[in-house]
Design a protein around this ligand. Structure first.
Ligand code: ZN
Length: 309
């Protein structure tokens, strides 16, 4: 009798067993959850409020990783050193690079003179996907823009790679993951349409931001991202003057900053031009809500422009 109970327990636990999937960033956890539903349990490496660029894993997280069978990497800096360590600490771990097929933009090298994103005038969801293909400079350029999750199209391409990996790792449930993928791509197409419509009146306009995380988003919807930070550093006093000039030329009414990352220069610029400092979170847990909120806040900031462009 006890043997029989044990058999039932073993059988049901294998049916209900969740696959542990580790990811670097919160928005990827959202993605894996969308595709894996209750068949996956997700471990996130970069905690809320930490920088995606300077983060290093804690010992407690290495312990959590030992349960993971899949690691979804997206190309952020710490992965370059740590993925090998994760693999040697956990021999069962398969790493999938969800950004593998993505052509990346360079990080902004100038404070101004940046071109607006080249969104196709008549382009819809599929047209904007084209920006992600072509020659990839990533391997010879350390300064590639790693914020690939801040693009609806970028997320769709990552979703494909993640679905493939989930379906391979858990083959008996492959149909489940692909059906979730199809549902998600419909949601992404609808979200893209909604954002494109909201931002259409502001094509060619600029928004100013401390940390330039929204370059792909700007490219997708034809906006100009004006970065305060340059190569990860606060601007020098002489550059501040130029930034203030750029901000007023673009009629900037809001200076965007990340939550929990105070920036002296963003405050100075906002103060000088009478703009508001507005928080824009690039690493929220609810990715879809975050993208909608970003579109709303950017539309509001650009709608309040007093001068053109
Ligand atoms: Zn960033």
């Amino acid at each position: 009798m006890r043997f029989f109970t044990l058999l039932i327990l073993l059988f049901s636990s294998s049916l209900l067993a969740q696959m542990t999937v580790a990811v670097s960033l919160q928005p990827q956890a959202w993605l894996v959850q969308q595709l894996g539903g209750d068949r996956v349990s997700v471990v996130v490496m970069v905690p809320p409020g930490a920088s995606a660029h300077t983060y290093e894993p804690k010992p407690a997280q290495m312990a959590q990783l030992s349960k993971a069978v899949l690691y979804v990497a997206c190309g952020v800096e710490f992965e370059r050193i740590w993925l090998d360590r994760f693999r040697s600490a956990n021999k069962n771990l398969t790493v999938v690079q969800s950004d593998a097929a993505l052509k990346k933009l360079p990080m902004p090298a100038h404070h101004h003179g940046e071109e607006p994103g080249h969104a196709h005038e008549t382009g819809g969801f599929i047209d904007r996907l084209r920006g992600w293909f072509g020659h990839d400079h990533r391997h010879d350029d350390d300064r590639a823009d790693t914020h690939v999750w801040l693009s609806v199209q970028g997320m769709l391409l990552q979703a494909r790679a993640v679905t493939q990996a989930l379906a391979q790792t858990d083959a008996p449930n492959a149909a489940f993951y692909w059906s979730n993928y199809r549902a998600l791509s419909d949601k992404l197409a609808a979200l893209d349409g909604e954002i494109a419509l909201k931002l259409a009146p502001f094509k060619g306009r600029g928004f100013m931001i401390f940390h330039p995380a929204w370059g792909y988003f700007a490219r997708d919807y034809g906006l100009v991202q004006l970065s305060i930070e340059l190569e990860g550093k606060e601007p020098k006093p002489a550059e501040l003057g130029r930034l203030i000039k750029t901000a007023s030329e673009h009629g900037v009414k809001a200076v965007f900053v990340q939550p929990r990352q105070a920036s002296k220069s963003a405050e100075v610029i906002a103060g000088a031009i009478g703009a508001q400092a507005v928080e824009l979170d690039p690493l929220a847990a609810d990715w879809m809500a975050m993208m909608r909120e970003a579109a709303d806040k950017l539309a509001k900031a650009m709608g309040e422009h007093t001068t053109g462009r």
